[in-house]
Design a binder for this molecule. Structure first.
Ligand SMILES: Nc1ncnc2c1ncn2[C@@H]1O[C@H](COP(=O)(O)OP(=O)(O)O)[C@@H](O)[C@H]1O
Ligand SMILES: [Mg+2]
Length: 326
């Protein structure tokens, strides 16, 4: 199950991503946690100290390795250089699974021990100015998008991405790569304006979008979010002393998280799990092709000197069955 946490900077994406990862780990579920936020804090939120967080390998620095692995023997992809972030898998491509060892995890993932279980953590690496504009070929989130487009995840396996809601994720198609997107919003006008923008982009792509209200204190905050967001409001989280203690570098045991917040995390998992029935691998594959053609046309063909539409394998559909055959 692929889950994104998006929202305005400071809304609590990283905090809620990390709490949800801890919740899944405590329940014994296999988890890959990915930090694709502009401000790279997921490692710290999962309890790594500064040195450990700084020592994490950056996916952005292993883009060639990632492409080379995923390309496999796919004859439609002539070389690593011709593979862009939206190049879809086809026959011969290598797929990724949540619970396996593979060269991508070897290079880019590190185990993080949490109460109850160990998760894999991957980070894009810090963003530079070049990453925030229209830089396409070397885009750091491109490494994440490639992995998601080659991932075959089953029920009860989780990939949690802490992500910035920016133009990059809309142009590339990244925002359509999830079973569910949790938009974290504080009860403020700015918080809900990010929601509106996201909703607008998401409308035509069948994106399952749910709002998680954060730092919600009292009825007035709740009423505000309900008025602005209506049915898309899934649950709200209040101020957490547990989070505060963690930020001071003294994380209490996870089972000591406030009961109301623990309940909110269970609500998130229930919402995630319910989307399994909505899965449509054919549509998922069509969408990656759609965004690949769009990116090929707008910059990829020019950049690589090839017609990248030829990379699309018309008979290929990603799915759990494909993975068993591969
Ligand atoms: N529910 C909460 N209770 C207490 N502190 C919170 C809560 N949510 C977020 N924070 C704090 O707010 C700040 C911003 O949160 P963060 O998760 O880093 O936001 P984002 O990743 O969206 O930029 C952090 O210091 C975080 O600890
Ligand atoms: Mg963050």
């Amino acid at each position: 199950m692929k889950i994104a946490f998006v929202g305005k900077g400071g809304s609590g994406k990283t905090t809620l991503s990390s709490l949800f990862v801890r919740h899944l780990a405590a329940a014994g579920a296999p988890v890959v946690a990915i930090d694709a936020d502009i401000n790279q804090h997921l490692g710290a939120a999962l309890g790594l100290d500064d040195a450990e967080a700084a020592g994490l390998p950056a996916m952005g620095e292993h883009l060639s390795l990632i492409k080379d692995h995923l390309r496999g023997t796919n004859p439609r992809i002539a070389s690593t250089e011709k593979m862009i972030k939206t190049t879809p898998p086809g026959e011969g491509s290598r797929l990724l699974r949540v619970r396996e060892d593979n060269p991508v995890y070897d290079a880019c993932a590190r185990p993080v021990e949490l109460d109850g279980g160990t998760v894999r953590l991957m980070v894009t690496g810090p963003f530079t100015d070049a990453d925030l504009g229209v830089a396409c070929y070397h885009s750091k989130t491109g490494a994440v998008e490639l992995c998601l487009n080659h991932l075959v995840d089953a029920r009860d396996e989780y990939v949690v991405v802490d992500m910035t809601a920016g133009s990059d994720s809309f142009a590339s198609g990244m925002f359509t790569r999830f079973d569910i997107t949790f938009l974290v919003a504080e009860p403020t006008r700015k918080g809900v304006s990010v929601y509106r923008q996201y909703k607008e982009y998401a409308r035509d792509f069948g994106v399952t979008l749910k709002v998680v209200g954060n730092k919600v204190q009292g009825q007035d905050d709740l009423d505000f979010l309900r008025d602005e967001v209506w049915d898309d409001l899934l649950v709200t989280v209040g101020h957490s002393d547990w989070v505060r203690a963690m930020e001071k570098g003294r994380p209490p045991r996870f089972e000591l998280l406030e009961e109301t917040n623990a309940r909110a995390l269970r609500t998130l998992r229930t919402a995630v799990d319910a989307t399994y029935e909505l899965r449509d691998w054919a549509r998922y594959t069509q969408q990656m092709v759609h965004f690949h053609l769009k990116n090929a046309h707008s910059w990829g063909n020019e950049r690589t000197g090839d017609d990248l539409a030829a990379q699309v394998d018309p008979g290929f559909v990603l799915g759990e069955e494909v993975a068993t055959l591969a």
